[in-house]
Design a protein around this ligand. Structure first.
Ligand SMILES: Cc1cc2nc3c(=O)[nH]c(=O)nc-3n(C[C@H](O)[C@H](O)[C@H](O)COP(=O)(O)OP(=O)(O)OC[C@H]3O[C@@H](n4cnc5c(N)ncnc54)[C@H](O)[C@@H]3O)c2cc1C
Length: 408
């Protein structure tokens, strides 16, 4: 009997862990090797800027699987190893220790890394990034002491860290070149709502300014200087200016790269036998009819399994409605769809905007393209169904909270 093919997954995080799970669930009995740079087994990152950072969630709650699961499922999980090269012609990957591992199918789930800010003082103690469990634990230990915190970037991570820092009693200044928080993600109105929320909780914003220097004292950060020349005292500086997909391995192996590793709707890269999913993949989404790279939890959760099914030869056409959630202070929010500038011609609201219990609806040509429910729950499935249907909606009914969403 011929040996079962070997499947190798690079990146032991949510995408990689879920892909391994799906391979077994779908009955694959051959070897699965799951390789990850981090010392931890696969875990979920959202708690790292929320409950886990605040000390309200146990470490055990962040993991994708129990430690025992890997042995039970015969998944060869190797942590603390980095894949340094992929050789598609030989069908093998090379590890940092020099070992090579052969594969029949390869999944790249290498994720993304925080963008670094190349400014004077950027390497001082107290200049922090947030992506890993270790970084979350370190940040938590710093914030717990209170003090003055400067945050570069009013995006999702910057704002979640600002909310946590305020809960710890820190003095928080957020520096952001755009005119309001989340300007690129949500536009001026809804970005303004998040700005107001943080101001009400005592956060100071410096909009229209970038972080241009970090000044130190005794090797540690003591202040930041903005592009307007203002000096803001800071014992800790959190850099939260977005992420870059980890495409280096794929590029070196000759795979096509666009906004990430280019894949089709079956998560296949330009090289046969190699797939990509999660934050690193620029996926052709068959619902949206274009490629999109999504840097969110739900995409890791569903694209890893989709890639696994494709690797097994099942028909796959990735059509997930992009979905994102955040929790800041007492505000919880979910967004489905892509409310990007140019992608809609109308925004209407349903519910109580002033009281921050509402749904924002982005429409294009009379059809819903994105919806954000703020402190309104159990509606995201209906919103996603509406987006998926692409049908015309009656805006009078859409904005009437008494009309069920599936009847607008
Ligand atoms: C602090 C934080 C909070 C977040 N909160 C939310 C939220 O509230 N809602 C939401 O929707 N999303 C959130 N996200 C985003 C979400 O966590 C990511 O979309 C998700 O982690 C992507 O999973 P991934 O497995 O594709 O990539 P990653 O999580 O980046 O994992 C990739 C893994 O691959 C490893 N790797 C890379 N290269 C190699 C190599 N050459 N060899 C071996 N291993 C390698 C990396 O070390 C890493 O462990 C948050 C992210 C962070 C950092």
């Amino acid at each position: 009997m011929p040996a079962e093919p070997a499947y190798v997954i690079v990146g032991a995080s949510l995408t990689g862990g879920k892909a391994a799970e799906t391979l077994r669930e779908e009955g694959f009995g051959g070897p699965i090797v799951l390789l990850g740079t981090e010392p931890e087994r696969p875990y979920e990152r959202p708690p790292l800027s929320k409950g886990y950072l605040l000390g309200k969630e146990e470490k055990s709650s962040v993991y994708v699987h129990d430690q025992a699961w890997y042995a039970e499922q015969d998944v060869d999980l190797r942590t603390g190893v980095t894949v340094t090269a992929v050789d598609p012609a030989a069908g093998q990957v090379t590890l940092d220790g020099g070992e090579t591992i052969g594969y029949d199918r390869l999944l790249l789930a290498t994720g993304a890394s925080p963008r670094r800010l190349n400014v004077p003082g950027g390497d001082l103690d107290g200049v922090l990034y947030l992506r890993t469990v270790a970084e979350s634990e370190h940040l938590g230990s710093v914030l717990r002491h209170g003090g003055k915190v400067a945050i570069a970037g009013a995006g999702w991570i910057g704002l979640e860290v600002a909310a946590a820092a305020r809960e710890f009693g820190c003095e928080v200044t957020v520096i952001e070149p755009e005119p309001v928080a989340l300007h690129r993600a949500l536009g001026p109105e809804l970005g303004g709502m998040f700005t107001d929320l943080h101001r009400e909780h005592g956060v100071t914003f410096r909009f229209g300014e970038g972080l241009s220097e970090i000044r130190g004292s005794g090797g540690s950060a003591a202040a930041v200087v903005t592009s307007a020349g203002a000096e803001v005292p800071a014992d800790a500086v959190v850099i939260a200016v977005g992420v870059r997909p980890n495409t280096g391995l794929a590029a070196d192996a000759g795979l096509d790269i666009s906004n990430g590793v280019t894949v089709d709707a079956a998560l296949r890269t330009s090289v046969p036998g190699i797939y990509a999913a999660g934050d690193v993949a620029d996926v052709f989404n068959s619902l949206l009819g274009r490629r999109v790279r999504v840097e969110h939890w739900a995409n890791a959760l569903s694209s890893g399994p989709a890639a696994a099914r494709a690797m097994l030869g099942q028909p796959v056409s990735y059509d997930q409605v992009p979905y994102f959630f955040t929790d800041q202070y007492d505000l919880g929010m979910e967004t489905a769809g892509v409310p990007e500038p140019g992608g809609y011609d109308q925004v209407v609201y349903r519910g109580d905007r002033a009281g921050r219990e509402f749904i924002a609806c982005w429409l294009s040509g009379g059809a819903l393209v994105a919806g954000m429910n703020v402190n309104v729950w159990d509606v995201s499935d209906d919103i996603q169904d509406l987006i998926r249907s692409k049908r015309q909606v009656d805006t009078a009914r859409l904005t009437d909270p008494d009309v069920p969403l599936n009847e607008v």
